[in-house]
Design a protein. Structure first.
Length: 695
């Protein structure tokens, strides 16, 4: 479709972006929109009408016939409801119509989206409203309008509304701090996010034969292949032609949608790859990540491939995560997590750093909960992703600074001075730290933090809402304290020292995979919420609810609703997995291994009657038969335990975690043993080596 030379034309060609608006709107309307975006003012209906008209014309010129409000309900995926532009004008004629009213507000019949009890049945409809900070775009012949999604009582039913609220709040509080440092220019501080997305690609034919992949997104069975990732030859290895063709198409699809897809490479596991975009504001990053996940799946289909976004499609090989790179920057172009070149800039940097450290320490349980869902339980703490314990990695240089401030001693660097905040310059802190500590869940990487505990399939909204809000809270506390200070420099120094001292326990620069860290973290009093069932209650811990209510991010009911949705989701996912497993055992595996054992017995019988040796047949048949019965027993146990899932949602989650998950693991162990001794022609579906080494 395009060559690199045409990239500037391709990029954003399907987006009704600022440039297009400038071109197609009257200057008054453009200014009203701009003001609405930068200052949060509302759009009047005549401006909305003009934007709608321009948007429609543009979309129709590009071949669009429908429009849809595109929103992010609490399912974690996006939702659309398509209406055509067609409007009858009598005489069998139609015109293409789309008004300001339709642009700014929609009413999807949304009773089937999860609401966690927020939307009573008598008001089953929710409404969607345009988020003018996010550009409309064309996808598959439809003009997609990014919207928020609320109930009629005003409760947020989506993942965008609270994200926007948290971005406003962190901006407000950060500006207060900047004023204290004499910055009178910055008007807004933006949370910037760059999510790195991992994924697997497998052949569509293999996928079609695996019920577990189709139903649950992951393999519920599969013995370790003779070759996994031991050779470590995949990571950054040459990209195979079939995958390269896919990546090229994906890039082009994303570029047309204005997604800044930048890096692509192979990941650790065979068939695993990564796409990283250039960072943008958190809202756009979140929209774009949703789009990227959708496009990854759609483009794969065209190449006879299937893109797996599950956190753990294959046991025994690395799973997929999402690194959420997060920072704060001003509308005047300053990154607030970048150490500066003057003492004052550095004092400001250290204050923001202190806020981050304090916030992550105080709300570590909530941050953990934002990455808690069944798929991620397979990764966190399994030596391939950060442990379930939240801690911060600063790197040697920055850690040296923090320690010298706490102890009031000299730095380790050549200067050998005691650091006086606001007077001294920090030692050079290398950007893009090379001593990367891949085992840390929250790593400082020179000018941003990288939250590495996210799962590949999840929306990045929740974790970023948490980071923004936590940061807003700490900055608010600091601003409240320092705004009334009589001696800013002295009080600043005291505050930073106090905060670093009180919250040093959250800083850990060692190996997060080490068992010694688990013990050490416990001594430090850090949370170790190992599973989703352990982590989710943090959602409704009073201190956490208070935080979000206080800053107007979630109402009490909204937090409760989200908690309930996650709890129910856990049980549903485990239940689908368990039923799929039972189905595959009963309909595929048991009949197959029984037939195989029978075949071996017949051969042994015939050989025996001829007086021929039949040790192999007899021994294998016996082993297969033994394991077959064991598998049946394991399946029966799983079935009967599934019949006893408690009705109460919270109890059901705990029960699923404590009983069903181990039952499934036990059944899998037996089935995987059977796989290794069963003749290939009898095994009912493709095995790991087929799926992972298809090229
Ligand atoms: P690595 O894989 O080594 O972690 P990448 O270059 O793949 O590094 O990803 C780094 C990500 O961080 C990119 O998405 C990049 O755009 C993003 N990033 C860079 N600077 C910032 C920033 N100030 N705020 C948020 N994200 C950032
Ligand atoms: Mg990274």
């Amino acid at each position: 479709m395009s060559t690199p030379a045409k990239l500037p034309e391709l990029f954003g060609s399907l987006v009704f972006n600022e440039e297009t608006m400038k071109e197609r709107l009257s200057s008054a309307s453009y200014k009203t929109w701009k003001k609405c975006v930068t200052e949060g003012t509302s759009l009047d209906i005549s401006t909305a009408n003009e934007i709608a008209e321009a948007m429609k014309q543009w979309a129709v010129e590009k071949g669009a016939t429908h429009y849809t409000h595109w929103f992010q309900p609490m399912t974690g995926v996006t939702a659309e409801k398509h209406d055509s532009f067609i409007s009858p004008v009598g005489g069998g004629k139609i015109i293409m119509e789309f008004s300001g009213k339709e642009l700014v507000r929609g009413e999807p019949d949304a009773s089937s989206f999860p609401s966690g009890g927020l939307r009573a049945t008598f008001e089953a409809r929710g409404y969607t409203a345009w988020d003018p900070t996010s550009f409309a775009f064309i996808k598959e012949g439809s003009l997609c309008i990014p919207t928020i999604f609320c109930s009629y009582s005003g409760h947020a039913l989506d993942k965008k509304t609270p994200l926007l609220r948290s971005m406003d709040e962190v901006s407000r509080q950060a500006i207060r701090i900047l004023r204290l440092f004499g910055d009178t220019e910055a008007k807004r501080v933006t949370a910037s996010v760059g999510p790195e997305q991992e994924y697997f690609l497998i052949d569509k034919a293999d996928y079609a034969k695996r019920k577990d992949l189709r139903m649950t997104g992951r393999t519920l069975f599969g013995a370790k292949p003779p070759r996994g990732q031991e050779l470590e030859d995949h990571y950054f290895g040459a990209i195979r032609p079939r995958v390269a063709a896919y990546m090229k198409d994906l890039d082009e699809a994303l570029w047309a949608l204005g997604v800044l897809s930048k890096t692509k490479h192979n990941e650790v596991a065979p068939c695993q790859h990564e796409m990283a975009p250039i960072f943008s504001d958190a809202n756009t990053a979140c929209d774009h990540n949703q789009l990227a996940m959708e496009m990854m799946k759609k483009v794969a289909e065209k190449h006879g491939l299937v893109c797996l976004l599950h956190e753990k499609p294959f046991a025994g090989v690395n799973g997929s995560g999402k690194h959420d790179n997060w920072s704060l920057s001003t509308d005047t172009g300053k990154n607030l997590f970048k150490p500066g070149s003057t003492p004052s800039q550095n004092a400001q940097f250290l204050l923001f750093l202190a806020a981050f450290i304090k916030g992550v320490d105080e709300y570590q349980d909530f941050l953990r909960a934002t990455v808690a869902f069944p798929g991620n339980d397979h990764r966190l703490g399994a030596q391939e992703a950060p442990p379930a314990i939240i801690s911060i990695f600063l790197g040697d240089d920055l850690n040296g600074v923090v320690e010298s401030i706490i102890k009031g001693t000299e730095y380790k660097d050549a200067g050998k001075r005691t650091l006086e905040i606001g007077v001294d310059v920090l030692p050079a802190i290398p950007q893009d730290n090379t001593d990367r500590n891949r085992t840390s869940p929250m790593a400082f990487t020179g000018n941003k933090f990288e939250f590495r505990a996210l799962g590949s399939s999840q929306s990045i909204s929740g974790p970023n809402i948490a980071l923004n809000t936590i940061m807003a809270e700490e900055l608010k506390q600091f601003a409240d304290e320092l705004e009334t200070s009589k001696d800013f420099q002295a009080d600043l120094q005291k505050l930073i020292k106090r905060v670093f001292t009180d919250h040093q326990r959250i800083i850990f620069n060692g190996n997060g995979y080490d068992d010694a860290w688990i013990a050490e973290a416990e001594k430090r009093g850090l949370c170790n919420l190992k599973s989703t069932a352990d982590a989710l209650p943090a959602y409704i811990a009073p201190k956490n609810v208070e935080l979000f209510v206080k800053h107007g991010i979630y109402t009490k009911e909204e937090v409760q609703a989200r908690y309930e949705i996650h709890v129910e989701n856990y049980t549903s996912v485990i239940s689908i997995e368990a039923h799929t497993m039972i189905d595959m055992i009963r309909h595929d595996i048991l009949p197959a291994v029984s037939a195989y054992a029978d075949q071996l017995c017949q051969r042994a019988y015939h050989k025996d009657s001829m007086g021929a040796a039949h040790k192999y047949e007899k021994a294998t048949a016996a082993e297969v038969a033994q394991l077959t019965d064991e598998l049946m027993d394991a399946c029966v146990k799983l079935e009967s335990d599934m019949a006893a899932v408690p009705a109460d949602a919270k109890e059901a989650m705990q029960y699923s975690h404590a009983t069903i998950v181990p039952d499934m693991a036990a059944a899998r162990t037996v089935a995987d043993k059977l796989e290794t001794i069963t003749a290939s022609e009898y095994w009912p579906f493709p095995v790991y080596s087929d799926m992972l080494f298809y090229v």
